[in-house]
Ligand binder design. Structure first.
Ligand code: AMP
Ligand code: ZN
Length: 455
């Protein structure tokens, strides 16, 4: 049974399988290309989904596309809409810009083998759901509309606010980011559900023209596409507060019960020691990885080497090492495929699956696979079956080299020749050194009575 750390319960909890699991993943704000840090967060929901699906559990995922309402400074309810600001900078219509980056997101996630969600609603196309939800919150006394056309959530009507992040109402300091509390709010921690505005990306409502707040989008779309009982909700660790607290308050207030059962958060990706972010200037995009000659799935491999709940400090060296491992495994799988098939290794399979179940302990899973790779007592055919079986969760395309006569990487041909001569001369130290050098190029050499062979 899969166990995942639930941020709200502050402990590892079982994810009930055996029936459909509904999962909501906060999706991208499409005003720029997602960097690999963002992609690490989306890998979390993909892994959860793949582990559950291996157990024949149906998983229904909804991941929204935020193309309106996410402001430059969302914690202070202020600033300009990210999509509008960037569209102006690039000289494009806002929704043209949004569709462009949405397409880039779809292509990046596909390159990382992230399975597409069943529902991928765009915020701008679901404004009616948000208006409906806000109207219900007003009706139930959880929200108040003001003469200027704004609507705020009245957080003091939701006493369990803060359970996910620990930011309880009595400890929240007013206006830590801004000079003065917005005088329109009844309480400093209230937030805008609807903001007044004119021009592009605004809509008419019973309380005036404007646009939705970012948090209300996720409540409206999750309730609409997954219903009022959601098994699991994922996102990056920074979304715990205020985004997920606000989302929980809105959804629970309108549904009258706890809507989301478990909250899972992925830790941040750092690059060269600092959180990867556009504002830090250390962003790496998937096309940068490909331009460096690496397989995009090297990124997936590098992520799997670390548990999702730990910060991961990525470097180009880590990416290159991950790339070598992916290529080596593909070559090995192709090599093993030449042997007679054999039943998979139950022992290794059990170890890897137990590691996945244990709050996605992917480093332990990879350790077990590396041991299997080296284990001389396991038949090549059994290694093949075990690796291919587990690739359903790993998602590393480990079978792509099977049956493909591969062109040698640059320089490998000469190294193979030099090594053959070294062996003829009985220079075993040199032959071992060359074997390692070839391995680092992704070429696995083995010695047979007929001479060396390679995959
Ligand atoms: P955004 O498109 O900015 O709304 O962010 C999309 C997702 O990426 C959110 O779930 C964030 O929590 C997550 N995220 C942002 N920066 C990082 C990072 N450096 N590492 C991991 N996840 C991140
Ligand atoms: Zn969200």
């Amino acid at each position: 049974m899969l166990r995942i750390y639930d941020t709200r319960a502050r402990q590892v909890e079982e994810i009930a399988a055996g029936r459909a699991v509904r999962m909501y993943a906060c999706g991208p704000t499409v005003y720029r290309r997602a960097h690999v840090g963002n992609l690490r967060t989306y890998l979390l929901s993909d892994l959860i989904r793949r582990v559950l699906e291996r157990r024949r559990t149906r998983v229904v995922v909804c991941q929204n596309i935020t193309d309106v309402g996410h402001l430059v400074d969302d914690s202070a309810d202020g600033g300009e809409d990210k999509v509008l600001a960037q569209a102006r900078a690039e000289g494009l219509a806002p929704l043209e810009l949004a569709r462009h980056y949405e397409a880039a997101f779809v292509s990046d996630t596909a390159a990382l083998n992230l399975r597409p969600p069943e529902h991928q609603p765009r915020a701008s196309e679901n404004i009616d759901l948000m208006i409906e939800l806000i109207a219900k919150l007003i009706e139930k006394g959880h929200a108040y509309a003001l003469p200027d056309g704004s609507v705020f959530f009245d957080v003091r009507t939701f006493p369990t606010y803060g359970e996910i992040s620990g930011n309880r109402l009595d400890s929240l300091k007013p206006a830590h980011r801004i000079e003065t509390v917005d005088p329109r709010k009844r309480f400093h921690a209230d937030w805008a559900l609807w903001k007044p505005g004119e021009g592009e990306l605004t809509w008419d409502t019973p309380w005036g023209r404007g646009f939705p707040g970012w948090h209300v989008e996720c409540s409206a779309m999750s309730l609409r596409f997954l219903g009022p009982h959601i098994d699991l909700h994922t996102g990056g660790i920074d979304l715990r507060f205020p985004h997920h607290e606000d989302e929980r308050a809105q959804s629970d207030a309108v549904a009258g019960h706890e809507v989301v059962r478990r909250w899972a958060h992925g830790e941040h990706l750092l690059f060269d020691g600092r959180k990867m972010a556009k504002s830090t200037g250390n962003v790496v995009l998937l096309p940068d990885v490909v331009a460096a000659g690496l397989d995009p799935l090297a990124v997936r491999m590098a992520f799997l080497e670390h548990r999702y709940r730990q910060q991961l400090n990525l470097t180009w060296d880590t990416l290159r090492a991950a790339d070598r491992t992916v290529r080596r495994w593909r070559a090995r799988v192709a090599g093993w495929a030449e042997s007679v098939s054999a039943p998979l290794s139950r022992e290794h399979l059990d170890r890897v699956e137990a590691a996945f179940d244990d709050d996605l302990d992917t480093p332990a899973a990879l350790r077990a696979l590396r041991e299997l790779e080296r284990d001389e007592s396991v038949a090549p055919g059994a290694k093949l079956e075990t690796f291919l079986h587990l690739d359903q969760v790993l998602g590393l395309d480990l079978s792509v080299e099977i049956g493909r006569t591969r062109a040698l990487p640059a320089g490998a041909g000469e190294l193979l020749e030099t090594r053959a001569r070294a062996r003829e001369a009985g220079d075993w130290a040199e032959s071992d050194r060359l074997r390692d050098e070839l391995a680092s190029l992704g070429v696995q050499v083995s010695d047979t009575p007929e001479g060396q062979t390679w995959v």
